[in-house]
Design a protein around this ligand. Structure first.
Ligand code: GUN
Ligand code: ZN
Length: 419
């Protein structure tokens, strides 16, 4: 909690609005209540009356904290391990690394690196996959709790088609997931939430997926998984689950697709599958850097937009090569050009903040700076040549190199600052 009085932060402000627009103030004061919520966005003269203390961040740009809708904590140390397309990369790089997280001290060290890496890039909320180790997932929650970050995170469920050290039988996995939910779901006034994460259809038995759907319904948990990332993966999925008509149908038949479901990738979905996904109210984590790195393809953002499907951006570390959501925005722009999806920088900024917050089921807390919302924001050092609204939008989207993050706040608490 910031203190007994409201605190002001003076600077330029760029934020999405709840109606999906964008507002820009060249010089304003963001007023943060002692509880860590935003109590106003006011001109300096007005703010002086409300705040005994105003931090002068003139010359900086305040934006809502970035929301990373999809990334993998236990892959933090294998960013950049290029070794082929999805299934080969999982086998050669990811599964051996995730097996190391049975070692608690290792998990603890990497969890601290993970939270620091996110906060240092202005990310205030993460949709984070852990490994299949319940202990490592507990360690992740402890690190998230300590870091001050907001998170929807969980144990990765996988009970088949994977190396023995990371396989967790369905009953054990579901019991561990339930325990995590009882301990962490809603912790610190809702800052931490537990998700149910069947990794992807190949590595999950039908029984595990049905149990996961039931558990999510019972505790009101968000479901996160991967869908339609790679054609070979899709063929293998239908080989493993021959009762399904297509990839999405696996998840539909076991009850995993609904309003609280966040599906990553969705690159190769047929138009009819997009229609089904939209009708069920499922959300998409768009991970373009990962999609390029693994040669998976480019998601057609226009398919989602045309159907009103909620989309958030995800770095997808470590198939994504950076924790920096602004780098993901840049790749999302490139993917949009390739697929003729017509995304503007303003739309992509929205997907990296409010869109991703909505995708994670957190619209009331994160993603935009408006009165009564939690004060989750990042301060960007803005170069003088990036003036006005146009300059602000450039630094908030593509110019991570020119406008580094200097401070990151969640609920008005400083969670990271540049030394
Ligand atoms: N599909 C199943 N697991 C993974 C993963 O760890 N990363 C990506 N990109 N896709 C997956
Ligand atoms: Zn992923």
């Amino acid at each position: 909690m910031p203190g007994a009085h409201p605190v002001g932060y003076r600077g330029a402000v760029l934020t999405p609005t709840s109606s999906g627009g964008l507002v820009y103030h060249d010089d304003a004061v963001l007023i943060v209540s002692p509880e860590g919520t935003i109590s106003g966005l006011a001109p300096l003269a007005e703010a002086r009356g409300a705040c005994p203390l105003i931090h002068d961040l003139s010359g900086s740009l305040l934006v809502p904290g970035f929301v990373d809708a999809h990334l993998h904590f236990p892959q933090s140390r294998v960013i950049g391990s290029a070794s082929g397309p999805l299934l080969t990369w999982l086998e050669r790089v990811v599964f051996p690394e995730e097996a190391r997280f049975r070692d608690e001290p290792y998990a603890r060290t990497v969890a601290a690196e993970f939270t620091e890496a996110c906060a240092a890039r202005g990310t205030t909320t993460v949709g984070a996959y852990s490994s299949s180790s319940p202990r490592a997932t507990e360690v992740l929650f402890e690190a998230l709790h300590e870091s001050g970050l907001r998170a929807v995170a969980g144990l990765v469920l996988m009970d088949q088609a994977c190396p023995e050290p990371i396989r967790l039988p369905a009953a054990e996995a579901l019991a561990a997931c339930r325990e995590l939910a009882l301990r962490w779901h809603g912790a610190d006034g809702g800052r931490l939430q537990v998700a149910v994460i069947p990794r992807f259809a190949i590595s999950c038995s039908r029984g595990l997926m049905e149990g996961a759907a039931a558990l999510a319904a019972e505790h009101g948990l968000t479901i996160m998984t991967h869908v339609s990332e790679n054609p070979r993966e899709e063929a293998e999925t239908l080989h493993v689950h021959p009762w399904a008509h297509d990839y999405l149908d696996v998840y539909e038949q076991v009850g995993l697709v609904g309003e609280h479901t966040l599906l990553a990738h969705a690159i190769h979905l047929a138009p009819a599958a997009w229609d089904r996904l939209a009708a069920r109210g499922a959300k998409i984590a768009h991970c373009p850097d990962s999609n390029f790195f693994l040669g998976s393809g480019a998601m057609r953002l226009a398919e989602a937009r045309a159907r009103g499907v909620t989309v958030g951006l995800g770095t997808d570390v470590a198939a994504g090569r950076s924790f920096d959501v602004r780098r993901t925005i840049a790749h999302a722009y490139d993917a949009s050009l390739l697929t003729e999806s017509g995304a503007t920088p303003a739309e992509l900024f929205l997907l990296a903040t409010l869109g991703a917050a909505r995708a994670l089921g957190l619209p009331d807390h994160a993603g935009y700076l408006e009165p009564s919302k939690d004060a989750d924001f990042a301060v960007l050092a803005r170069p003088v040549h990036a003036a006005g609204e146009e300059g602000a939008l450039r630094v908030a989207t593509f110019a991570a190199d020119l406008a580094p993050v200097t401070r990151t706040y969640v609920r008005g608490r400083l969670v990271w600052s540049r030394r």
